[in-house]
Design a protein around this ligand. Structure first.
Ligand code: NAP
Length: 250
């Protein structure tokens, strides 16, 4: 990788014409990415579970650039069944016929407890939302990704997706699994244009970070808007051929 994703610079139209689905676009990093990608010319599909929050982002994008209306895909990743995944895929297929970028950003933290104390139901929920749901969504959307000329899947990892640390429970395990899933997809598609990579956002001022570190001075943290270059790099043409990597956004 000759370009440093953290300091990557790009033109105002670097994502022009790309159809990019972002999960968890209703808040935090996903919301910032949706707004930014739309500014850079992408046609964004806003995924989330809260219609009202998604509509607010829709309105903000539409007010900035009326030429490309985003789409909204409502799906609760903790409860979605096969039919609702198929409905989401069907609507992207019907509207666009392809997908250039898929950003698996939605996630939950779950409890911060020792393995001895961790509740099994919580464990299953965190693994389901953070790992199983991205697997199912990727599998469902793969034909549409393969219809694109330069498709890119971006998974979201974490520092605790590389090192197991006390009290991070199922969240950490889900992020280790995410790294593996991304690498497998990359490896299985080595001889195709499809690339699959992970981003570790690092500490970012969002509600999840606040939940994990309630006593932290939030002013010391970067905002979601500050870590966009790594995402743009992986979603745009300059990362063509970069696959199976896990990169730090800061
Ligand atoms: P956030 O502000 O809490 O946003 C999480 C997003 O995921 C929200 O849009 C949320 O929807 C959505 N979501 C949660 N559960 C969902 C479900 N069941 N179905 C559909 N959507 C669901 O978190 P963030 O900090 O931006 O995190 C984004 C990603 O970065 C996560 O994968 C996280 O693990 C990772 N990360 C963050 C940090 C950090 O410091 N912030 C560090 C390392 C990794 P609602 O708006 O409806 O809640």
């Amino acid at each position: 990788m000759s370009i440093d994703p953290k300091t990557y610079t790009y033109g105002d139209d670097v994502l022009e014409g790309r159809i990019i689905l972002i999960t968890g676009a209703s808040d935090g990093i996903g919301c910032a990415l949706a707004l930014h990608a739309a500014k850079l010319g992408a046609q964004v599909v806003l995924h989330g579970r809260n219609t009202r929050k998604l509509e607010e982002i829709y309105d903000e994008i539409e007010a900035t650039d009326g030429t490309k209306r985003p789409s909204i895909a409502v799906l609760d990743l903790s409860t979605a069944d096969g039919e609702s995944y198929a409905a989401l895929t069907g609507s992207v297929d019907k509207e666009f016929g392809r997908l250039d970028g898929l950003v698996h950003n939605a996630g939950i933290l779950g409890p911060r407890l020792s393995i001895e104390q961790y509740d099994i139901t919580d464990w299953q929920k965190v693994l389901h939302v953070n790992l199983t749901a991205p697997f199912v969504l990727t599998q469902q959307l793969m034909p549409l990704l393969k219809n694109a000329a330069d498709p890119s899947i971006v998974f979201t990892s974490s520092g605790v997706g590389r090192v197991g640390k006390a009290f991070w429970g199922a969240y950490s395990v889900s992020k280790f699994g995410t790294e593996s899933l991304s690498q497998m997809i990359a490896n299985e598609n080595l001889h195709t244009p499809l690339r699959s990579n992970c981003i570790n956002p690092g500490p970012v001022r969002t509600k999840m970070r606040l939940e994990a570190y309630p006593a932290e001075d939030r002013d010391t943290l970067l905002r979601p808007e500050d870590i966009m270059p790594a995402y743009v790099y992986l979603l745009g043409p300059d990362s063509h051929g970069v696959t199976g990597q896990s990169i730090d956004a800061q």
